[in-house]
Design a protein around this ligand. Structure first.
Ligand SMILES: NC(=O)c1ccc[n+]([C@@H]2O[C@H](COP(=O)([O-])OP(=O)(O)OC[C@H]3O[C@@H](n4cnc5c(N)ncnc54)[C@H](OP(=O)(O)O)[C@@H]3O)[C@@H](O)[C@H]2O)c1
Length: 288
């Protein structure tokens, strides 16, 4: 009697206990992911390459970080307009980007209002402001004209580029601006008054524009490099003592490569939800 009722109980519940196991694994997965709590993300269809076919202006593209960004963007299928003051250097960077005449060179001084007046007609998807100069000396022995040159190139150059190209991007109902600042703009450092002030300005400018242009579908982000191996940190630009002090302080114990900043630029350009990112790429120096 007892065993009979146990057998009937087993029969009556067996369809419940075995039900899930008998479902094909693919169908079981579908049931699982159909839960309203687990399936909050809309189906994500990754675009193979969101940058393919886009166009970009890169200032400071004749050397260093700007040239590395041009190279990476070209690999992603972005058409590049390279801006700098030295035509020969710009042409050699352009020739290294590969095919045909899809990449162009424009010679000019980013600190000049007239230059950006001439650039008004250019309509691009991405603007990268990498042009910059540095000058290391205590504020009280730096001439006003030198202070002005640093501010004019680094801050006003970036601001005028954003003003001109940002306006065009708003008219096109979309775009992306990436500004290159510096860790000195966040932390300061001896002898860097003008440079640090200009780069702090670039960070402030980028944040303000992320709010101002975001609703027009123009994203604005800023990369904050630490020490990167370029002309700016080589030879006469940095004493051996300053270099070894910097190396000592960086948790990763090396300077960054321009290509590592270029990878950050690709991320910011490709990620459609990136706006107001202040992206430190500094080997951990910002943590010290
Ligand atoms: N290297 C670092 O450790 C480091 C760290 C933090 C931030 N950054 C920033 O990263 C950016 C790129 O620096 P980098 O290291 O690549 O320096 P870089 O090798 O010295 O290159 C600077 C670039 O800016 C261009 N440039 C300078 N003044 C210009 C002007 N008035 N008009 C047009 N182009 C101008 C230069 O072109 P021409 O001279 O040919 O015109 C060159 O292409 C700069 O904004 C810099 O402040 C660099």
């Amino acid at each position: 009697m007892v065993s009979q009722s146990f057998a009937s109980l087993l029969r009556s519940t067996s369809h419940l206990s075995y039900r899930n196991l008998l479902v094909h694994p693919a169908r079981r997965l579908r049931r699982f992911s159909a839960s309203p709590f687990l399936n909050r993300e809309p189906p994500h269809e990754p675009t193979p390459n969101p940058l393919q076919g886009k166009s970009c202006i890169i200032t400071g593209a004749s050397r260093g970080i700007g040239a590395a960004i041009a190279k990476r963007f070209a690999q992603e299928g972005v058409r590049c307009i390279l801006v700098g003051r030295n035509e020969q250097l710009l042409l050699s960077v352009r020739d290294g980007l590969g095919t045909g005449d899809e990449h162009r060179v424009v010679v000019g001084d980013v600190g000049s209002d007239a230059f950006w007046g001439n650039m008004k007609k250019e309509k691009v998807d991405i603007l990268v402001n990498s042009a910059g100069i540095t000058h290391c000396s205590p504020l009280f022995v730096t001439s006003p004209s030198l202070l002005e040159e640093v501010m004019r190139t680094n801050l006003m150059g970036t601001m005028m580029a954003c003003r001109t190209m940002g306006k065009n991007m708003m008219a096109l109902k979309g775009g992306c601006i990436i500004n290159v600042a510096s860790l000195l703009g966040q932390k300061g450092g001896k002898g860097s008054a003008a440079y640090a002030a200009s780069k702090a300005g670039v960070i402030g400018l980028s944040r303000a524009l992320a709010a101002e242009l975001g609703e027009k579908n123009v994203r604005v982000n800023v990369i904050v490099p630490g020490y990167i191996e370029t002309d700016m940190t080589e030879g006469a630009a940095m004493t051996p003592n300053a270099r070894s002090e910097a190396l000592n302080a960086i948790p990763l114990k090396r300077f960054g490569r321009p290509s590592e900043i270029a990878d950050a630029a690709v991320f910011l350009a490709a990620n459609a939800y990136a706006n107001n990112c202040v992206l430190n790429v500094d080997g951990g120096l910002s943590a010290i």
